[in-house]
Design a protein around this ligand. Structure first.
Ligand code: ATP
Ligand code: MG
Ligand code: FE
Length: 314
């Protein structure tokens, strides 16, 4: 079964072709350099840049796959959630290809796709407990099958990725700030600055707006007192607070739901501390099938959408 997938929900335009679950190609065009000067993704610009990038992405992916396009059985694309202009471009491209090749087409959910990014190099044994941490989402999901997703907790306000990126911006770091803070944090002392652990209660929900505000206020206060900020220590202190909330909620979810697979998904699952927490919890609770996605399958890519489709169709 050959599936062609398109992902365009934010600032990546990506096309992947997979054959019975095996990735033949996964071409991703990134717009980071163009959005950097604005400190975040500009929705209108993202859609316009998709129009510029789609041509070479499609050409390169089809060439790389080394298949004849007649062999493709299904076309899939990201239908939601995402930036509306970005989503429309992907849908129109997918429908045009489907019409031209006369193949069936289906729109899929981006977050379900992120979760199946973790299943590209590993096998899911159900139920799967997935910690979804991305630019726009922070949620604990129990996956019962490729078509049955149960959200047991989610953020009430900001997502963890958004929190990382906003705090990084106030620190004067580049966009996206998540990976930069992660790198700095690994060299810093997490006890130097005191920041609150987000929503450290008995629910499975999250809230990152409080940590974001506390971190930004602390930066402003230190600046006002002309006290130099030790960047590596600030990053480490922030990362400790951000990830401790994940650790506490995840541990209770594991105790309550007894998953057979433990994994993480979304762009922030590339975070070193989150990966450490996932692997340690898997060991502590004897979940043999514990893993994190390969880094290229953490942030937005079409291979994860193709993999989701393959597991659904199977
Ligand atoms: P969503 O998937 O919720 O619609 P999105 O597609 O914009 O949002 P992703 O592409 O999944 O988000 O992830 C991007 C986010 O991942 C950014 O906020 C980025 O800073 C963050 N990120 C990437 N690597 C790391 C890292 N090592 N540590 C922390 N954050 C990271
Ligand atoms: Mg992106
Ligand atoms: Fe995403």
């Amino acid at each position: 079964m050959k599936i062609l997938a398109i992902e365009s929900s934010c600032d990546e335009f990506s096309l992947s072709i997979i054959d019975n679950g095996k990735i033949l190609t996964n071409v991703i065009s990134s717009q980071i350099d163009q959005h950097k000067e604005f400190g975040g993704v500009v929705p209108e610009l993202a859609a316009r840049l998709h129009l510029q990038n789609m041509y070479w992405v499609i050409k390169q992916a089809i060439a790389e796959s080394q298949i004849n396009t007649d062999e493709i059985d299904y076309i899939v694309y990201t239908a939601k959630p995402g930036l509306i202009g970005s989503l429309i471009v992907g849908k129109v491209v997918a429908e045009t290809i489907a019409l031209y090749l006369d193949k069936p087409i289906i729109g899929l959910d981006h977050i379900e796709g992120h979760i199946f990014g973790a299943a590209i190099d590993h096998e899911f044994i159900y139920p799967v407990l997935a910690m979804v941490v991305s630019g726009g989402h922070t949620q604990i999901e129990i996956v019962h099958s490729p078509s049955q997703f149960e959200i047991v907790g989610a953020t009430n306000d900001d997502a963890i990725g958004e929190c990382y990126d906003k705090v990084a911006r106030v620190l004067g770091l580049d966009y996206p700030g998540g990976p930069i803070i992660d790198k700095l944090a690994q060299q810093g002392n997490s006890q130097t600055y005191q920041l609150p652990v987000p929503k450290d209660d008995i629910s499975y929900d999250f809230s990152y707006s409080g940590l974001k505000t506390a971190a930004i206020n602390l930066i402003h206060n230190l600046n006002q007192k002309s006290e130099p900020i030790i960047l590596v220590d600030f990053a480490a202190s922030f990362q400790l607070a951000a990830v401790t909330a994940i650790e506490h909620k995840l541990e209770r979810a594991i105790q309550n739901y007894n998953p057979k697979t433990l994994t993480a998904a979304g762009g922030v699952s590339a975070n070193s501390q989150i990966q450490k927490v996932i692997l340690e919890l898997g060991q502590k609770y004897n979940i043999n099938n514990t893993f994190v996605p390969k880094s290229e399958y953490c942030t937005d890519n079409a291979a994860m959408m193709a993999k989701l489709a393959y597991e659904k169709f199977k």
